[in-house]
Ligand binder design. Structure first.
Ligand code: GDP
Ligand code: IMO
Ligand code: MG
Length: 434
């Protein structure tokens, strides 16, 4: 048994999609456990680009089963659109994709509520992806939401939908918003979506547990990143789900005792989209250069990503929360031309080192990162295919990160394509994948 979780060790967009696509070769099933189409995972295979939002990146490998777990929130329109786009690109989806009957459904009302709350003058905007993710999870936790099983039940759905629509109308009236939504039209449209999605819906917890019982291997795919996790991230500037390793169990119904490893994906630097604290953000020309060279623009909203330097205290924290067995360091090639590379090795507040990640809303305001500068390697790494062949200074950089964070680097990525990746010989990662 070697079922693994792959998740983001920073603020998302670490390259999880690429890593999951790469590792899925060794697995039978790939399961998403949280988030929704706020995620955007770009994968290049032989120069061809695929963007996945809701569907696990494992779908790109013929014969692998892709599962959307109960912890995911599903926008039926977005899912159907993604299926159509993948099929148009020659990827077989039907028969390879299962959607949990316990996953909650996103409706247009959720986007409306999100727009209202983000625009409220008394609220600090989170800079969300405007996909209705937060309000859908609110309805789940508030026990009002509609799950896939009831969405595809023709008898149950209309009354449940009307109750939810009424709830949102009451909310809109309370905020003096008189935007007209034609709920009859939405109900009819979503009834049609339900019919189309029904063949994919099943008890995926049972499916996954049976697969594991039968000796199949499952890869759990995290979306977003640890610092966007609802509990452990930079609250309130987070997403509304459990992006950390614990979410893999609650979000799929596979017990922790059946999961044997956790792999953290981190860039060789760091980025963030949306608002919120970011101690190592570089507002100067070096940050602009990282954005330019790394093509740091969001796959979902197209927003420029904020860029900065590798943050050891942050990685140490996310390694603690998730129990990383190994790290994949992506986008090493983006640093290829730098003379020297700043790395944040500690946080100070009022001149004194702090050991804990701040938990208060303004706890990061006074955090000053302490940097060390490492020499750059000034050589292109994008054509390197084995770890031994990386420039010595690039290997020193990776060893330094690993030693400071306290977790091995088991895999390194030097370009967007599937084959621009190398495993570190003898690493725990290699053993976990064997
Ligand atoms: P995810 O959300 O974690 O799956 O990451 P995204 O797909 O949103 O963002 C990562 C971006 O970096 C994508 O455009 C990838 O194609 C690209 N990428 C992944 N790994 C590498 C790498 O090692 N080098 C370079 N230059 N690009 C990479
Ligand atoms: P992947 O899986 C980066 C950010 C948004 C915003 C906050 C809340 O591609 O790494 P939401 O719409 O989720 O309520 O927005 O979270 N965010 C992401 N940032 N990568 C993502 O996904 C993200 N998904 C959400 O920018 O700051
Ligand atoms: Mg992304």
């Amino acid at each position: 048994m070697s079922n693994l979780i792959v998740l983001g060790a920073q603020w998302g967009d670490e390259g999880k999609g690429k890593v999951v696509d790469l590792l899925s070769e060794r697995f039978d099933v790939v399961a998403r456990y949280q988030g929704g189409h706020n995620a955007g995972h770009t994968v290049y295979i032989g120069g061809r680009k695929y963007v996945l939002k809701l569907i696990p990146s494992g779908i790109l490998r013929p014969g692998k089963l892709a599962v959307i777990g109960n912890g995911v929130v599903v926008d039926p329109a977005a899912l159907l659109e993604e299926i159509t786009a993948l099929e148009a690109a020659g990827i077989k989806v039907k028969g390879q994709l299962a959607v949990s009957n316990r996953a909650h459904v996103i409706f247009p009302m959720h986007r409306m509520v999100e727009k209202m709350s983000e625009a409220r003058p008394d609220r600090v905007a989170i800079g969300t992806t405007s996909r209705g993710i937060g309000p859908c999870y609110e309805d789940k936790i508030g026990r009002r939401g509609i799950r896939m099983a009831d969405f595809i039940d023709k008898d149950a759905f209309p009354a449940l939908f009307d109750y939810l629509a009424e709830d949102k109308q009451t909310l809109a009236r309370a905020f003096d918003i008189h935007e007209k939504v034609d709920f009859d039209k939405v109900r009819a449209q979503y009834t049609e979506y339900a019919e189309r999605l029904a063949p994919l819906v099943c008890d995926t917890a049972l499916l996954l547990n049976n697969a594991i019982r039968d000796g199949k291997r499952v890869l759990f795919e995290g979306a977003q990143g640890t610092m966007l996790d609802i509990d452990h991230g930079t609250f309130p500037f987070v997403t509304s789900s459990s992006a950390t390793a614990g979410g893999a169990s609650t979000g799929t119904g596979v017990p922790p005792t059946k999961i044997s490893g956790v792999v953290g994906v981190s860039k060789a630097y760091i980025t963030r989209v949306g608002s919120g604290p970011f101690p190592t953000e570089d507002h100067g020309p070096a940050g602009d250069e990282l954005r330019k060279v790394g093509h740091e623009f969001g796959a979902v909203t197209g927003r420029p990503r904020r860029c900065g330097w590798f943050d050891v205290p942050l990685l140490h924290y996310t390694a603690t929360i998730n129990g990383f067995d190994s790290l994949v360091i992506t986008k090493l090639d983006v640093l290829d031309t730098l003379d020297e590379i700043p790395v944040c090795v500690g946080y100070r507040v009022d001149g004194k080192p702090i050991a804990e990640m701040p938990a208060t809303r303004n706890g990061f305001d006074k955090v000053e990162p302490v940097y060390e500068k490492l020499p750059g390697w000034k050589t292109s790494t994008s054509a390197v295919t084995s770890y031994e062949d990386l420039p010595p200074k690039a290997k020193d950089y990776l060893s330094y990160l690993s030693q400071r964070v306290g977790v091995e680097v088991g895999c390194v990525s030097v370009g967007p394509d599937r084959n621009q990746t190398m495993f570190v010989p003898g690493s725990r990662m290699v053993k976990l994948l064997a």
